[in-house]
Write a protein that binds this ligand. Structure first.
Ligand SMILES: C[C@@](CO)(OP(=O)(O)O)[C@H](O)COP(=O)(O)OP(=O)(O)OC[C@H]1O[C@@H](n2ccc(N)nc2=O)[C@H](O)[C@@H]1O
Ligand SMILES: Nc1ncnc2c1ncn2[C@@H]1O[C@H](COP(=O)(O)OP(=O)(O)O)[C@@H](O)[C@H]1O
Length: 270
């Protein structure tokens, strides 16, 4: 079975409080971004994980695809499997690429071995692998709360919107990024702000990580500025960075920009 785990963008992100479990509460809208890895799974004589594409730091035994398999194997009698992951989405980018691999692995194993697990059960397994993981089970725009793993529906359709994502090559660890942010109440009501025309979002939809990280990594503010100069209606850091994206409604494709050749860029339609 071959699946294509996609990335995500955060539209607004407020870190609202410290939790007793050491994590932070947040409020953010997650939307799927069709920048994808490729993950193949085949029943095999013995367990094997092979990797190509962007190198993934850390022991392959800790790879999130593998951890997804181990998690289900603890509860079900799964046969051995050969997984091959071709990594395309940059790591430490705030695009949730590792979380997507884990969630797509859970979904693929459910189908391949006919486990008949409901979406909600798969979401519960995903929550155990990472705060972002559960979003990728249903993979639809949502307003996320708590650790980023409790969702409310949101009426937001960005399908077909031209988007450019720029990854400046900085690997910003999620824990490091959270450590730089002091929790505070949300600056705006995200649901209400996102219901207004996109041109107003610049003033009313913000990401708490952006303020904390831009003073340390000046390239983040430069990329955002460049996206606005190229005509973006809205631009922002995604998640805890370091990818910065711009949205260009009304265009058939995002514009080319002088820095396209300098950084890793994803161009396309949401
Ligand atoms: C910041 C966000 C926003 O969407 O995305 P990314 O920038 O990573 O894509 C997420 O909250 C990232 O979720 P995820 O990448 O799954 O994080 P996890 O593996 O669960 O946690 C990594 C570390 O981040 C911190 N963490 C994470 C989530 C959260 N709600 N509070 C936290 O304090 C903790 O220090 C934790 O040890
Ligand atoms: N399949 C995977 N893809 C990417 N990162 C993975 C994977 N498995 C484990 N990891 C680990 O997860 C961390 C980054 O996860 P990722 O979701 O790509 O980050 P971010 O959401 O911050 O961009 C890294 O420390 C990496 O070593």
């Amino acid at each position: 079975m071959l699946v294509f785990p996609n990335a995500k963008l955060n539209l607004g992100l407020y870190v609202t409080g410290q939790r007793p479990d050491g994590f932070r509460n947040l409020e953010s809208v997650f939307v799927p971004l069709p920048w994808c890895d490729a993950l193949e799974m085949l029943p095999a004589a013995e367990n094997q994980l092979t990797l190509t594409g962007i190198p993934i730091p850390g022991d392959p035994a800790t790879n999130l695809c593998w951890r997804a398999y181990e998690l289900l194997k603890a509860d079900f009698n799964l046969p051995p499997i050969h997984m091959h992951l071709h990594k395309v989405v940059p790591i430490g980018a705030g695009l949730g690429g590792g979380s997507a691999d884990a969630a797509f692995a859970l979904r693929a194993l459910n189908e391949l071995f006919d486990l008949q697990l409901a979406m909600e059960t798969l979401e519960n397994y995903a929550r155990r692998l990472g705060s972002d993981c559960a979003f990728f089970i249903k993979n639809k725009p949502v307003l996320a709360h708590e650790k980023g793993d409790v969702f409310q529906p949101i009426d937001l359709n960005l399908t077909g919107t031209a988007c450019k994502v720029i990854y400046p090559g900085l690997h910003i660890g999620t824990a490091e990024a959270y450590a730089r942010v002091v929790p505070r109440p949300p600056r705006h009501n995200l649901r209400q702000s996102l219901a207004q025309p996109m041109e107003t979002w610049r003033e009313t939809v913000s990401n708490d990580f952006e303020e904390a990280l831009s003073s340390v990594y000046s390239v983040l503010a430069e990329l955002k500025q460049a996206l606005y100069a190229a005509g973006a209606a809205y631009a922002s850091l995604s998640g805890s960075g370091s990818a910065v994206y711009g949205l260009f409604p009304g265009r058939e494709l995002p514009p080319t920009m002088p820095l396209d050749g300098k950084y890793l860029v994803w161009d396309g339609l949401l």
